[in-house]
Structure formats: structure tokens, C-alpha cells
Design a protein around this ligand. Structure first.
Ligand code: THU
Length: 145
């Protein structure tokens, strides 16, 4: 159990920051726009949007942009991330699950039992998962030993 529950206000703030970040997504190829808002344990929020490339492989998901911004500022301890994504003008009825690569990055820096992934749609109620639910058997530093 996390030491401190996320408050409803914090969840709302993270979702609204993720929505704002989504407005900045650069996704001319897929037209699938994603925003993320990453909360550090110290209470700071780092946002990210997906950034695509015509060459495809350089594309980076919103979640990883948020993580890499934060880590490049010296942050290594994270509490939660909110993600919202969907096609350009879609109603966002469906929630957008993080891809496997982003889950691997989350595992690098987050406690699987504690880190929470807040998935929001416009109409649908917010769903919250622990990292261990979305990435139960990932390759970890322990596997190197
Ligand atoms: N994408 C994200 O940014 N996050 C996800 O969780 C899933 C997918 C992006 C990558 C690409 O720019 C577009 O969505 C379609 O795959």
C-alpha cells in the first residue's frame, strides 16, 4: 500500500494537466494524440505529449517524454502518472493504456506496488492501476544477477 493515498483533487489535477499536454501532441501521422502528467514523490508534475517522426522509430510516447523530462532534471522518485489519449476529435470514450516500452521505463524508476497509473477518458470514469497490475513480470535489474 502506498504510504499516502492520492487525493481526488490530485487525481483531477493530474488528469487536467495530461489533457493540456495532449493539446501539444505532435502526431501528424497517426493523428492519435496523447498527453501525460507525471507526479514526483516530492509533489512536482512533469508533463509530456507524444512526438512522432516521419521515420516512425524515432517516435516517442507521451509517458516517456514526461519521464525523460523529469529524469533529466534529476528526478528519480515517482508517485503516479495520468494518461489521456485518442484520435483527434474522438470522444475519448476509451482509455489509452501505456505501451510495453513505457511500462518498462516506469519499472526502471518506480515501485511496482506503489506507482499508480491513472487512465482517463473524457466520458468514461477514470481508471487507476498499480504498475504491478500492468507490468507484472517485466525484465528487471534482479534478472541481471
Ligand atoms: N502513444 C503514446 O504516446 N502513449 C501510449 O500510451 C500509446 C501510444 C502514441 C505513440 C504514437 O505517437 C501514437 O500514440 C500512436 O501509436
Amino acid at each position: 500500500m502506498p504510504k499516502k493515498e492520492l487525493t481526488a483533487d490530485m487525481i483531477e489535477l493530474l488528469v487536467s494537466e495530461a489533457k493540456k499536454a495532449r493539446d501539444l501532441a505532435y502526431a501528424p501521422y497517426s493523428k492519435f494524440y496523447v498527453g501525460a502528467a507525471l507526479l514526483t514523490k516530492s509533489g512536482k508534475i512533469y508533463t509530456g505529449c507524444n512526438i512522432e517522426s516521419v521515420a516512425h522509430t524515432p517516435t516517442c510516447c507521451a509517458e516517456r517524454v514526461a519521464f525523460f523530462k523529469a529524469v533529466s532534471q534529476g528526478e528519480h522518485k515517482f508517485r503516479a502518472i495520468a494518461v489521456i489519449g485518442g484520435k483527434e476529435d474522438a470522444e475519448l470514450n476509451k482509455i489509452c493504456f501505456p505501451c510495453g516500452v513505457c511500462r518498462q521505463v516506469m519499472q526502471e524508476f518506480c515501485d511496482k506496488n506503489e506507482f499508480e497509473i491513472i487512465l482517463a477518458g473524457r466520458k468514461e470514469k477514470v481508471k487507476i492501476f498499480k504498475l504491478k497490475e500492468l507490468f507484472p513480470l517485466g525484465f528487471s535489474a534482479d534478472d541481471l544477477n
